[in-house]
Every structure is written in structure tokens, then in C-alpha cells.
Design a protein around this ligand. Structure first.
Ligand SMILES: Cc1cc2nc3c(=O)[nH]c(=O)nc-3n(C[C@H](O)[C@H](O)[C@H](O)COP(=O)(O)OP(=O)(O)OC[C@H]3O[C@@H](n4cnc5c(N)ncnc54)[C@H](O)[C@@H]3O)c2cc1C
Length: 467
């Protein structure tokens, strides 16, 4: 029997799925091994969890032992000359950049929020708004220590153990856990980026501007208005950001300090940011978000700010400006549906997706567009193409209709040779998973599962759904 006081109800970040589990928070590898032994002795399976920032059920495990890594959060070694850092898996992206920025180094790949842990981002092999030129986070990791179900720890290097490295990174906590991670950061000469804003009046223009700007961009992202129809379907505001070269920033010692990066405490100088989700709440419905999206689009068209300098954190973590913004979605939470489509089919597939959502009256309240490149990770979500991430509000009334919509969206993705992303997923079916991963990759993955976790100790709600 496990102590009931360890029982906690955990949610996926989107709040639309949850599971009650026995939570253990080791602070050392020894305590981690003990938690694994406890699971084995009591006949429980184990789920690894970082900061719980995956949108769906990737770090949930009903009645499992959940091993939460947030107390294993020490920086173990830092070389400000080479930019190489070694961290425990619970170190967050926030901790990482706050520690290194004054030395002129920034994480080479970051998600849209700074709260995930390194273990969590490596288990999903996350991408940023610079995926088309920087690749995924795994491409910047030099090596990691990895603990298998037996309790044995392995050192895995990107060069020395290339096959294993590319199979474990992105394996969503199924093969074992990272116990330390060594990665190389990106040298920066300023705490600011040069940001430029473009407006695309429809989906075709969005693709045109992306193709035009990609060769001159370090980061590129499009924010699509999911409500626009007809000739305006897919209209978007595009943000391009570039690093400043050596000597361009007149005061790098100032901009490379943490306070310069910190997001403002108030929005518009008045509203405390912790309260903003309350103000957003009346807008997180069809009409409200149509107004917000229209206002965002037109303020970019007529607004004076077309080019400006912006701190790295402000550009990268736009979604962190409003803490708890997801609460504005109400008690049903949200799901994010992100699909990755090869470039030759991307425009047509995204057009069909947006039209289908509108036809079903399930319009995404937020839609984000990015360019990606292929990589050589076994369980990769990336393609040489584009992704569209659609945020849907979940209510009791629309839940089954929404899940049915995602199945129809899946069919469009699969017929275009597209892929899905476990970090965002809450709805994918086993058939769709098998189809995009492919039998060969799945076979290799299951062989590794038998090697590192022969008794199937590591499970999540996501793996129960998909494997
Ligand atoms: C607002 C927001 C914006 C986002 N933007 C992006 C984006 O731009 N790009 C992108 O790629 N992702 C993005 N994400 C998704 C997020 O980056 C990933 O889901 C990431 O994996 C979350 O990390 P975490 O520490 O919270 O891990 P969790 O969500 O807790 O876990 C993620 C996975 O990692 C496994 N895991 C956790 N720790 C370990 C460990 N030590 N060893 C082995 N496995 C482990 C878990 O079992 C689970 O499968 C975003 C998420 C949010 C909420």
C-alpha cells in the first residue's frame, strides 16, 4: 500500500484531462532509484513528470507513481567560455537563461513558455520559432545521463552513441529518465533582438511572406486569425526576430542583465499581470475572440510599431506575459491540436483545416504557424514543412464534437504525409499514431522499450492511449 497522502490530482497543462496519482519528488538519483523500487515492490507503474507543461496527458498516469523532477534542479557545471552547461533534469528553461545570460549565452531552442524543465523538453524534443534553422533542442545536447528501469545509469553521447541518442531523445518518458543533461548554448551579443512585423492578408500571402523572409530570419512565427473567412482566410500577423551581431548593441552589459529581460509586472502600466486572465475571461468565446483576433490583425496593419528591439524573453515567451491565461478558458480547459505538414501540401491542408473548423463551428481561439525542418530523431514530429497549432476551448457541450473534429483533421494530416506532436496531444488515436510514426520506427522503439524497460514499468495516459 502506498501512503494516501501522496495522492494528488494532476492535470495536463490545458486542464482538459486529469488523473490522480501517487506523487514522489526525489531530490537525488538515490531517491529516484528508491521511488522506482517502491513502484516495483507495490506493483505500480511509473510516470515521469517535469513541470507538467505538456498540454494533454503526456505526464499523467492514473493510479501510477508519478516521479516529479522539479526538486532535481541543480546546475552542475557551467563553462562561460564554451557555453556548455550540465544540469539536473528539473532545471527549467527560466533557470537556464537567467543563469547564463549575463555571460552572453541564451538557450538555442526554447518553447513559447519558460517554465518547462530540461528533462521534459528533451523527452519531447521541443522546437522553437527558429526550428527551420536551429532544429530541435536535442540537436544542441552533447550528452545525457539516463536511468533505465533496472536502476542502471548510462552515459549517452550525441557523437559516441548516435543511434541510441537519437532514439531516446523525444521518446516521451517511455524508455527511462534523464538524470543530467549537457548542452551547448547560443552565443548572443545583446539581450535584445531586432523584431519586424509583417501582415499577411490571407493564407497564401502568409506562405509567400514566410518563403521570402526565411533566408533572412533567425526566428519567424505567424499568428493566424482563425475567424477570418473567404478571401481573408488565414490572415495573419508575422513576427520576425534576428540576433544582433557583435558591436550593434551600444549597451550589451545592460541588455544582457536579467532585469532587462523580465516581463513587465503590469499590462498597459495599470493592470497587474496576475489579474489579466480575469479580464480575458469574457473574451474566450466565439464572439470575444473574433473581436480580439480582428483587433490584433488591424492594430498590426495600422499600428506604427513595424520594427523595434525586444528582449529575448519578451519575444520568446509572449504567452508568459499573462500568467494563468489558460484559466480564462474556464473549467473545461483547452486542447491544442498541432499538425506538421510537408511543404508541398501545407497550404492546401491548412486551408482545409481552417475551413473545416469554421464549418463545424469550432473555431480555434489561437492559431500559430511555424516553419520546420526534418531531423533524424526516431520519434520525431518534425517535417520539412510547416506546422499549425490550433487552440480550442473545451466545454461539456462541445467535448465530443471537438474530439470528432480532431479525427477529421487527422485524416487531412495523414493524407498529406503529416505528423503529430505528443507534447500537445490529447486526442490522437492509436491508428493515427501508428500511421504517422510508421511500422519501422515503431518496431525499433518497442525493441528499445523491451531493452530498457522489459516489464513495462514506465507508462503515461498518453502511452496507454497510443501504444
Ligand atoms: C504555453 C505553452 C507554450 C508551449 N510552446 C511550445 C513550443 O513553442 N514548442 C514546443 O515544442 N513545445 C511547446 N510547449 C510544450 C512544452 O514545451 C512541452 O510539453 C514540454 O515537454 C514540457 O516540459 P515539462 O518539463 O513541463 O514536461 P512534462 O509536460 O511534465 O512532461 C513531458 C514529457 O516528458 C517526460 N519527462 C519529464 N521529465 C522527464 C525526465 N527527467 N526524463 C524522461 N522523461 C521525462 C514526461 O513523462 C512526459 O512524457 C508549450 C507548452 C505551453 C504550456
Amino acid at each position: 500500500m502506498l501512503p494516501v497522502e501522496r495522492l494528488e490530482r494532476l492535470k495536463g497543462w490545458g486542464g482538459a484531462v486529469d488523473a490522480t496519482a501517487y506523487v514522489y519528488r526525489p531530490s537525488t538519483v538515490e531517491q529516484l532509484r528508491e521511488a522506482i523500487s517502491t513502484a516495483r515492490e507495490t506493483g505500480h507503474t511509473i510516470t515521469f513528470r517535469g513541470a507538467g507543461r505538456s498540454y494533454g496527458d503526456a505526464s499523467l498516469g492514473r493510479e501510477n507513481i508519478v516521479i516529479d523532477f522539479t526538486r532535481m534542479n541543480r546546475i552542475l557545471a557551467w563553462d562561460p567560455k564554451s557555453g556548455i552547461i550540465t544540469c539536473e533534469p528539473g532545471v527549467t528553461i527560466k533557470q537556464l537563461w537567467e543563469y547564463t545570460i549575463e555571460d552572453g549565452w541564451w538557450p538555442p531552442v526554447v518553447p513559447g513558455t519558460m517554465f518547462p524543465t530540461l528533462g521534459g523538453v528533451l523527452a519531447m524534443n521541443i522546437h522553437g520559432k527558429n526550428n527551420f534553422n536551429a532544429g530541435t533542442i536535442g540537436e544542441h545536447v552533447c550528452a545525457f545521463e539516463f536511468l533505465a528501469a533496472s536502476g542502471a545509469e548510462f552515459h549517452v553521447g550525441r557523437e559516441t552513441d548516435a543511434d541510441l541518442f537519437h532514439s531516446i531523445v523525444g521518446s516521451f518518458g517511455m524508455l527511462g529518465c534523464f538524470t543530467s543533461i549537457t548542452l551547448k548554448l547560443k552565443k548572443v551579443y545583446s539581450g535584445d533582438l531586432d523584431v519586424k512585423v509583417f501582415v499577411a492578408k490571407n493564407l497564401h500571402k502568409l506562405f509567400e511572406i514566410f518563403y521570402r523572409e526565411l533566408p533572412h530570419s533567425d526566428y519567424l512565427v505567424g499568428w493566424i486569425d482563425g475567424f477570418a473567412r473567404g478571401s481573408g482566410l488565414g490572415r495573419a500577423v508575422i513576427h520576425r526576430a534576428n540576433y544582433l551581431g557583435p558591436g550593434v548593441d551600444p549597451t550589451p552589459a545592460k541588455t544582457l542583465r536579467v532585469p532587462h529581460q523580465n516581463l513587465p509586472e503590469t499590462i498597459a502600466g495599470i493592470v497587474p499581470k496576475s489579474m489579466v486572465w480575469l479580464f480575458l475571461r469574457p473574451f474566450t468565446n466565439r464572439l470575444g475572440m473574433a473581436v480580439v483576433n480582428t483587433a490584433k490583425y488591424w492594430s498590426a496593419v495600422i499600428g506604427p510599431r513595424k520594427q523595434f528591439r525586444q528582449a529575448h524573453a519578451a519575444f520568446a515567451f509572449l504567452l508568459d506575459y499573462v500568467p494563468d491565461w489558460k484559466k480564462s478558458y474556464g473549467s473545461g480547459g483547452l486542447v491544442q491540436y498541432q499538425s506538421f505538414i510537408p511543404q508541398e501540401h501545407a497550404e492546401e491542408t491548412f486551408r482545409q483545416q481552417l475551413e473545416l473548423c469554421q464549418k463545424e463551428d469550432l473555431v480555434p481561439l489561437l492559431a500559430v504557424f511555424k516553419r520546420h525542418r526534418q531531423d533524424s530523431f526516431l520519434m520525431t514530429h518534425a517535417v520539412d514543412g510547416f506546422s499549425l497549432a490550433l487552440d480550442f476551448k473545451v466545454t461539456e457541450e462541445n467535448r465530443s464534437k471537438l474530439w470528432a473534429l480532431t479525427e477529421r483533421l487527422n485524416a487531412l494530416v495523414l493524407s498529406a504525409g503529416g505528423r503529430f506532436y505528443m507534447a500537445k496531444d490529447a486526442t490522437l488515436t492509436r491508428e493515427a499514431f501508428r500511421s504517422f510514426i510508421g511500422e519501422k520506427a515503431l518496431h525499433t522503439f518497442l525493441e528499445l522499450k523491451r531493452r530498457f524497460d522489459p516489464q513495462g514499468l514506465f507508462e503515461t495516459e498518453l502511452s496507454r492511449r497510443l501504444l
